[in-house]
Design a protein around this ligand. Structure first.
Ligand code: URA
Length: 430
């Protein structure tokens, strides 16, 4: 980007400036991000810069410029010309978070267009694309013309990012992943917002997860991340609101790809767990209100009104909902060691156990076992008797059961009286 006429920068001096806590000039940021994307700046210098940013952050001006440089590393998609407003949602990731599967068709059924570019799971968190790939035939990849056509015909699409969408992020994210620089607020914010802004949405609701199963365990950090992303969105012309939502326990009862698709279908048919419905409906209300649509999504959901849109959305991407989805051959129940109430179920432990059973990836190149996962038969806040099954493990690799079961036994806490319910929706940042 614009390097030919710019002052000539050198990577080492810029790393030193950032290492010493100075702010980087705008053109230097453009030069650095473009240079890393095109390969003229090597991984080792980009890694050093990321570590310097990790320690010193980016001020508001630098962050806006860094995000813009990431957007401009690829193409800004033009989604103008629809007769309905466009609104998207992004979650920072959690355990059992199948919200997008329900929310995208729901918000489309209520009258908006939902152009969702989504990702895969890594580590203990699941990814929306992996979940949908549990549906036989479903394809995440498509070109911009097909993306637009499905939006036109169905109103909602969930697809993988194309190579042209913020390519700087693909390289920077992979580098952060192996250099201990993922958990940096400006780097997370610019990574998420560059992709969302470039994807062409008009409005965006962010679901910033807080708790031990989330990226941000600390409420104050989550709030700063949410405020940072809301500022970037609004200053780039994308109306943005964030909700802070609890991720101490898995969301819903199902964790793992096929299991989560099953649960999403249950909710789309008007049933399903109350916590999942609460998060879906609250996010849907925010999305609809951002684009001025006055429809109650709770009614649409409860009456099964989003199910036909879901069906069309999946079929448009080749998915066959009537075909059997992959199931695991082996099950094992973890039973209660105490009676009373379940007071806690550590989301991180459930996520890690599910990954060990085969539902997630330990490394990017790993295959996912769609049938693997965990059913939470008893959730925090529900009564339990000694020896009652509380978690059902599913895997095609029964040798993983002992490790997963041990993790899960330690993940459950009990109380002798009914535990207080903690709010799921913690805060709203606008
Ligand atoms: N999701 C992203 O896309 N990027 C991050 O840095 C973290 C979560």
């Amino acid at each position: 980007m614009g390097n030919a006429h710019a002052k000539s920068w050198d990577a080492q001096s810029l790393i030193i400036e950032k290492r010493d806590g100075e702010a980087l000039p705008d053109e230097a940021i453009d030069w650095f991000v473009a240079g890393y994307t095109d390969g003229s700046i090597p991984d080792y210098q980009a890694a050093a810069m990321l570590m310097a940013i990790f320690h010193h952050g980016l001020d508001g001006r630098e962050l806006t410029r860094w995000t813009t440089a990431m957007i401009d590393s690829g193409r800004r998609f033009d989604l103008s010309g629809f007769d309905r407003p466009l609104v998207d949602k992004h979650s920072t990731g959690g355990v059992g978070d199948k919200v997008s599967l329900i929310l995208c068709p729901l918000v489309a059924a209520c009258g908006a267009i939902v152009p969702q570019v989504s990702g895969r799971g890594l580590g203990h968190t699941g990814g929306t694309l992996d979940k949908l790939e549990a549906i036989p035939g479903w394809q995440a990849q498509m070109g911009p013309d097909r993306f637009r056509q499905i939006l036109d015909e169905v109103g909602a699409v969930i697809a993988a990012a194309s190579d042209e969408l913020a390519p700087a992020d693909r390289k920077l994210y992979a580098l952060r992943d192996v250099t201990g620089t993922v958990a940096s607020i400006p780097l997370i914010a610019s990574s998420i917002m560059s992709k969302k802004i470039a994807s062409g949405t008009e409005a965006l609701v962010l679901d910033v997860k807080v708790g031990n199963g989330a990226f941000m365990r600390d409420l104050d950090d989550a709030r700063v991340l949410a405020e940072t992303m809301v500022d970037i969105g609004n200053s780039s012309g994308v109306r943005t609101v964030a909700l802070l939502t609890a991720m101490d326990h898995p969301l819903g009862r199902a964790v793992g790809n096929t299991l989560e698709v099953d649960e999403a279908i249950e909710v789309l048919a008007g049933g399903g767990p109350a916590d999942l419905i609460e998060v879906v409906v609250t996010l849907a209300r925010e999305m609809l209100s951002l684009v001025g649509i006055d429809v109650d999504p709770a009614e649409t959901l409860a009456s099964g009104g989003a199910a036909p849109v879901w069906q069309r959305m999946i079929e448009a991407q080749g998915g066959d909902l009537s075909a059997p989805r992959p199931r695991a051959d082996h099950q094992l129940d973890v039973t209660a060691t105490e009676g009373g109430w379940v007071s806690g179920l550590d989301a991180l432990a459930v996520g890690v156990a599910s990954m060990r059973l085969g539902a997630g990836r330990a490394r990017k190149e790993d295959d996912v076992d769609f049938g693997a996962g965990i059913e939470c038969l008893v959730k925090p806040g529900e009564p339990v008797t000694v020896d009652q099954p509380i978690l059902r493990l599913h895997s095609n690799r029964p040798e993983t059961f002992p490790v997963a079961a041990e993790l899960l036994e330690a993940a459950v806490t009990y109380s002798h009286s009914e535990p207080e319910r903690r709010p799921l929706i913690i805060d709203r940042i606008a």
